[in-house]
Design a protein. Structure first.
Length: 127
RNA sequence: UGAGUCGGCCAGACGGUCGCGUCAGGUCGGCGGCCUCCGGGCCGCCGGUCCUGCCGAGGAAAGUCCGGGCUCCACAGGGCACGGUGGUGGCCAACAGCCACCCGGGGCGACCCGCGGGACAGUGCCACAGAGAGUAGACAGCCUCGAGCUCGCUCGAGGUGAUGGUGAAAGGGUGGUGUAAGAGACCACCAGCGGCCCCGGUGACGGGGCCGGCUCGGUAAACCCCACCGGGAGCAAGCCCGAGCAGUAUGCGUUCGACGGCGGCCCGCCGGAGCAUACGGGUAGGGCGCUGGAGGUGGCCAGCAAUGGUCACCCGAGAUGGAUGGCCGUCCACGACAGAACCCGGCUUAUCGGCCGACUCAUCCA
């Protein structure tokens, strides 16, 4: 598990990342990554949450995917700018992927989505 | 040695490195109290980063199929409905569980299997085939009588459930008496049914004797009948604390100025119509429930056993977007099914493999 300050804690925070305007999204066969900026959290540490639904597999498989994603995320946490919230959703094919594949995919999608959420957020929040 | 039956146990191992959660200790900060040689110290509570230590999924954690504990709601008493259970005795908090036994069936045997009450309380159903399927039934066949003639067949009247064929099942079986041919029509024995009696057993039931009428199919996982049991919902149960907003009450106020701001106090300046306190209800949120229990392990005692009693020792998940992991290396038999969410007792289902014990049969040796 990630330290508490780097985790999304409530359902409301998850929907805020995926649904609120100003967010960015990038997807692939394995993963879908959402990112968003919250005004009130401008200088706080980045936070990440995971969504691994039942179509990925049973409880054991879902735990394994989530743990691998967490481990890869911990490695990439320092590359995220402060104030950004991320939700990583696993696709069914993620069950068959290795940690290396998940890590590479996560790194690529995060870079893409963080770059866009930065520019978009400036445009939206600036009056 | 081979084949087999039953029961129990294990659930990849070791190392390195980076992480996570609960708890404990340290460290840092805040608040309160006490002491003070004014440097600070001690104790308690709260919070936070970091450090250290201990512990951290299963035999099924699963399916959620039964049974309880726990919690809230309901509840005079009785009946009906609905649901569940169903050989006997015992065990258990309870059970659809477990143990022992009985009955029936299978196996040479160790053992295994049975959703084991009632079909004279009533109702229903029994496909296909078949003449006939539950008040039995003449298709072929057999027998008697009558008629006819091409002289061993046809037609008609009747008898017959012994034979054939159909079927899961044809309304006891075998042998005889009997008869035109036959038939429980009658007789003996056997099977089965009912009644009475004796013996054994707590009991299911078993063993034996006498009598009776000769015989009465299956299905209750069809309705039903009998006996017994059952209130409902579930930890998102439920209990507690509780911002903000609104409500009620009281007090002080509206140029006789409450209250707020200007770092604390006084003066001063500015804003200014509400402000303060209490109360109960309660949203967001938080805490408790939350893991030490019908708990394990071992010995002794009672018991065929399930289990009970007693003594000693031990306790090692408690998360809340939800920890128990990521990566690397070595080894081997190359790792199955699978992840706690209030807790127990069971059942059922999934499962790569390995190990141990008891027993049976066959063969060989002594």
């Amino acid at each position: 598990m990630l330290p508490a300050r780097h985790r999304l804690r409530t359902g409301a925070e998850f929907t805020a990342v995926t649904r609120r305007p100003g967010g960015a999204r990038a997807g692939s066969r394995l993963l879908v990554v959402h990112a968003n900026l919250t005004d009130s959290r401008a200088a706080r540490p980045p936070r990440v949450g995971f969504v691994v639904s039942k179509n990925v597999g049973g409880a054991v498989m879902r735990n394994r995917v989530k743990r691998r994603l967490r481990a890869q995320t911990a490695r990439l946490l320092s590359t995220l700018p402060p104030g950004v919230d991320v939700v990583v959703r696993a696709q069914p094919s993620a069950a068959d992927a290795t940690s290396t594949q998940l890590g590479a995919e996560l790194e690529r999608l995060l870079a893409s989505v963080v770059a866009r959420v930065g520019t978009d957020a400036v445009g939206v929040t600036a009056p």
